[in-house]
Design a protein around this ligand. Structure first.
Ligand SMILES: Nc1ncnc2c1ncn2[C@@H]1O[C@H](COP(=O)(O)OP(=O)(O)OP(=O)(O)O)[C@@H](O)[C@H]1O
Ligand SMILES: Nc1ccn([C@H]2C[C@H](O)[C@@H](COP(=O)(O)O)O2)c(=O)n1
Length: 241
């Protein structure tokens, strides 16, 4: 045996912040702001369910055909990129679907395919693979309960259905989509019911999650609350110095 010191690779711990909550509560906005400050990656898990819905439409697969959707989910050909202006671009089978998957219809279909256990299982490892150094902020419905149950910080972000519908209304108009506020409230309530009442990975606060109601809180105030909590988590505090 030589005196040579054998170097062993020390695995790097990759922290995760899980942000869950209902549609329009601000998860994506907060996740991007927090990730940008920390230099972390972002997982928009809802986009995967939306993409699966779009893939089902392209391949004429019924959204009730769980076996076929499981195969589609396992082979989903997606790329998350940015364009020259730094805007997020999502490619499905090489085609830019960034706009198509952001419609209310795409959200409804995503919520319908998301109730299927085989679909959720097929997307699980793909979501967990987003956990890369230096860290990840993951947004969705089951980030803290199922996908990253050991997350360093769990936030459950919520707001009244009316506040969320109003935010969505403004957002859709800004993007050039037509919208009706009354229809959005109905839609949000229907989606809340489906997401919270499904038998697998229902939307609910994870054990230990900080529940933040943003009905009367602006974006900056929510981000500050998240950082206040992050400072208390040993694996995250060093990124906030
Ligand atoms: N605290 C807040 N106060 C006011 N507006 C907000 C707040 N948080 C987010 N918004 C706005 O609400 C809209 C919806 O936010 P966002 O898309 O981040 O929600 P989401 O929870 O990710 O929705 P979804 O789950 O449907 O993707 C955006 O236009 C965003 O700027
Ligand atoms: N972790 C997740 C993320 C999303 N879904 C489902 C349920 C949502 O209604 C739908 C669209 O999500 P959004 O883009 O609005 O965040 O996808 C889920 O079940 N689990």
């Amino acid at each position: 045996m030589s005196d040579e010191i054998k170097r062993q690779a020390v695995p790097i711990y990759v922290p995760v912040i899980a942000i869950d909550g209902p549609s329009g509560s601000g998860k994506g906005t907060i996740a991007h702001r927090v990730a940008s400050r920390l230099g972390f990656h972002v997982l928009d898990s809802g986009a995967l369910y939306r993409l699966l819905g779009a893939a089902a439409k392209r391949h004429a697969v019924s959204i009730e055909n769980e076996a076929a959707l499981e195969v589609l989910a396992a082979h989903l050909d997606v790329q998350f990129t940015v364009d020259a202006q730094g805007e997020a671009v999502i490619l499905l089978e090489g085609e830019d679907v960034s706009r198509e998957i952001r419609t209310e219809e795409a959200g409804r279909v995503a919520s319908q395919v998301a109730v299927l256990p085989k679909v959720r299982n097929a997307l699980l490892a793909r979501q967990q693979a987003f956990r890369e150094a230096p860290g990840l902020v993951a947004d969705g419905r089951d980030m803290g309960t199922v996908v990253f149950p050991n997350a360093d910080l769990k936030i459950f972000l919520t707001a009244s259905a009316e506040a969320r519908a109003e935010r969505r209304y403004k957002q859709l108009l800004e993007k050039g989509f037509g919208a009706s506020l009354a229809a959005l409230i109905d839609d949000i309530r229907a989606r809340d019911t489906r997401d919270t009442e499904r038998s697998i990975a229902p939307l609910k606060p994870a054990d230990g999650a900080l529940v933040l109601d943003s009905t009367d809180l602006g974006i900056d105030a929510v981000v500050q609350r998240v950082f206040d909590e992050a400072k208390k988590a040993p694996a995250l505090a060093k990124f906030l110095i």
